[in-house]
Design a protein around this ligand. Structure first.
Ligand code: GDP
Ligand code: CA
Length: 314
């Protein structure tokens, strides 16, 4: 079965690791690249790397991102020069990934080919695609009018500066990476994992052509709520939702995505704690169900993935 996933970093990667356990799953992951940046002259792709490390068995499990057994000697030494972002950690092993990526980009390869090349080492067991080969970055406009890179808002300010707007630089002219639209059009099922609806999935949907492909695909589209009991399970996704005027509830996130054909979803899996939302979602035309959706380990996550696919008869 061909399964296409639209993913951010930690939530999407953990979900995909469970999904991969399903027999007969041929998975393509379309990753958000809006968090990418140039830092110390190297291209950093946080969500692609989280996917690659998680699916490749190298992730720092408790942290959810970065390499396990990591050190930061280079990053610390760079700071002795007063360069870079002292609040943004670049581990030594992680830096090797960024150097390799940058070398291949400098050789003229597009990010999609670079990603495939890096994945040869990690064998993620899925086809990993960036949403676009073009440099699109999420910037945040905060209440005092300043604009900053998403990572500065998220990591340095812990999303505590009220955001008024998210801007995806150059997104109007960005094109989906090769294979992205085909993966949506020719899937047996498309899954929106429990990823940040605004700055992960929302950014992917902002690339011209991707939202239309989701509306048009003959495959059913099912999502899993990243909000449980009125709160994001980890991270500060509530601050992103607030900025775009969406309540932090499982139901409001589904309504934000919308039901096809105007929206992008057919079905929405919520947590048992949000079972109250199911009748309202059904009344609004979604196929909906409540189960336990905390991704505590791989077998549990595989069960969540099975429940999601069952919602749309897959
Ligand atoms: P990021 O790019 O690293 O922020 O990761 P994603 O965008 O892929 O996912 C982040 C979202 O995953 C968070 O907003 C959480 O709400 C959600 N999330 C994390 N762990 C879980 C979990 O165990 N269950 C559910 N339902 N959602 C989760
Ligand atoms: Ca991210």
């Amino acid at each position: 079965m061909k399964i296409t996933v639209l993913s951010g970093g930690v939530g999407g990667a953990r979900f995909t690791r469970g999904l991969r356990e399903l027999a007969d799953a041929q998975i393509t992951v379309i990753a958000n690249t809006g968090d990418d940046m140039w830092l110390h002259g190297v291209r950093v792709c946080p969500d692609l790397d989280t996917l690659m490390y998680t699916l490749g068995g190298a992730v720092h499990e408790e942290q959810g991102w970065g390499r396990r057994d990591e050190s930061r000697r280079v990053s610390d030494d760079l700071q002795a020069y007063g360069l870079g972002w002292e609040w943004f950690t670049l581990g030594d092993l992680d830096l090797a990934t960024h150097l390799a990526r940058t070398e291949l980009l400098r050789d003229g390869l597009p990010l999609s080919q670079v990603t495939a090349r890096l994945a040869e080492r990690w064998q993620p067991g899925v086809t990993l695609l960036p949403m676009t080969d073009d440099e699109v970055e999420t910037h945040v406009v905060v209440a005092d009018g300043r604009t900053m890179h998403f990572e500065e808002w998220w990591v340095r300010h812990r999303a505590a500066l009220p955001a008024t707007r998210f801007v995806q630089t150059h997104v109007e002219t960005a094109r989906p990476a090769p294979g992205v639209l085909e993966a949506i059009a020719h899937a047996d099922v498309v899954v929106i994992p429990p990823s940040n609806p605004v700055v992960s999935v929302g950014t992917i949907l902002a690339v011209p052509g991707i939202r239309d492909a989701l509306r048009a695909t003959p495959a059913p589209v099912v999502g899993i709520s990243p909000v449980i009991g009125g709160a994001p399970v980890r991270g500060m996704a509530d601050a992103c939702l607030a900025a775009i005027g969406v309540e932090t509830t499982a139901r409001a996130v589904a309504e934000h995505y919308g039901r096809r054909p105007d929206g992008i979803l057919d079905a929405w899996l919520v947590d048992r704690r949000d079972s109250d939302a199911v009748p309202a979602l059904e009344a609004a035309g979604f196929v909906a169900r409540a189960v336990d959706t905390l991704m505590t380990d791989v077998p549990t996550t595989a069960r969540i993935a099975t429940d999601a696919l069952a919602l749309v008869g897959r």
